[in-house]
Design a protein around this ligand. Structure first.
Ligand code: BJW
Ligand code: ZN
Length: 248
């Protein structure tokens, strides 16, 4: 079925403030597996089972293996046309902010500037005892695990289940969701809170909420429109259509 872009173009043409939430789906076309696809590379590793402190304390080597594997993979990949379209959009709107649940750094690599990382960044480490941050190559190796000078085990500087999101980033996200004219939810299953609350909050606060996803999600019935398809194809098409119709 052909999508009618008229309402989207109309809303974007009037928008002063555009706010975006992204999830693993936006990086899928760069070759980074998502978390919850049934045939995904992580299907035998559920994030709920590995991405938490209990799992780390029980078996730090296994958790580290998962992260080291992902780091090596992420180091090799490049932003895709979905990431790049968001860079072009940022340059157009008077206010544009991008909140990502992804830890892969691909929005920065693409050239997006106003990026807020809700779940941290996989390339950094943090001491699990004193909270000091390190770049991933730093730290003393003992028994195959890196330690801080205080003796604490280093862990990836990401947000695990049961942990608080960075307070400043989360309050900025709430503020922007509540004041957005147009809000995009892209490539996220919207099952992990508090990030999943942002598009709902935006809709409740009067934003026009556009979802882009290959599948129906937990919030599809709460958004104004879902554009079904790959974000690396839908976003460039949407942006081309918008530019043609508003003539810039
Ligand atoms: C495409 C595509 C293409 C594919 N184009 N689309 C309220 C209610 C219920 C529970 C809670 C609640 N509040 C808090 C909780 C608990 C918990 C939670 O949400 N649990 C639920 C699972 C039930 N949340 C937390 O614990 C959070 N902390 C917190 O709330 O602190 C306060 C607190 C503390 C203590 C007690 C209580 C409260 C922290 C959440 C941290 C999440 N961390 C992870 C790991 C990060 C590090 C790492 O990367 O290893 O973050 S889990 C994992 O899920 C990762 C992701 O960022 C996150 C979201 O996943 P995402 O991005 O949506 O990926 P997928 O795979 O799920 O979806 C991909 C989508 O793309 C799919 O829809 C595809 O269809 C689509 N797609 N290809 C477009 N080409
Ligand atoms: Zn320390």
């Amino acid at each position: 079925m052909q999508t009618d872009y008229s309402e989207i173009v109309h809303r974007l043409a009037k928008a002063q403030k555009v706010v975006v939430l992204t999830g693993a789906g936006i990086s899928a076309e760069s070759g980074v597996p998502t978390f919850r696809s049934p045939d995904g590379i992580w299907s035998k590793f559920k994030p709920e089972e590995l991405a938490n402190m209990e799992a780390f304390l029980r078996n730090p080597k296994l958790v580290w293996e998962w992260y080291q594997y992902r780091r090596r993979l992420i180091e090799e990949v490049q932003p895709n046309p979905g990431h790049l379209t968001l860079v072009a959009m940022e340059a157009f709107f008077p206010y544009f902010s991008l909140f990502t649940q992804n830890v892969d750094g691909l929005h920065h690599k693409a050239g997006s500037r106003c990026v807020y990382e809700l779940h941290g960044n996989i390339m950094r480490n943090r001491c699990s005892r004193c909270e000091k941050r390190f770049m991933h190559s730093e730290g003393d190796m003992t028994e195959g695990l890196s330690r801080c000078s205080c003796g604490g085990l280093l862990r990836p500087d990401v947000v695990w289940f049961g942990e608080m999101l960075p307070e400043d980033v989360l309050s900025k996200a709430y503020e922007d969701a509540q004041s957005a004219d147009v809000f995009f939810s892209i490539g996220t299953s919207a099952v992990v809170y508090p990030a999943a609350h942002l598009p709902i909050l935006a809709a409740e606060s009067g934003a026009f909420v556009i979802e882009i996803n290959t599948e129906t999600t937990a919030i599809s019935n709460m958004v104004h429109i879902t554009l079904f398809g790959k974000s690396g194809e839908i976003l460039p098409h949407l942006w081309r259509t918008f530019r043609e119709r508003v003539n810039f």
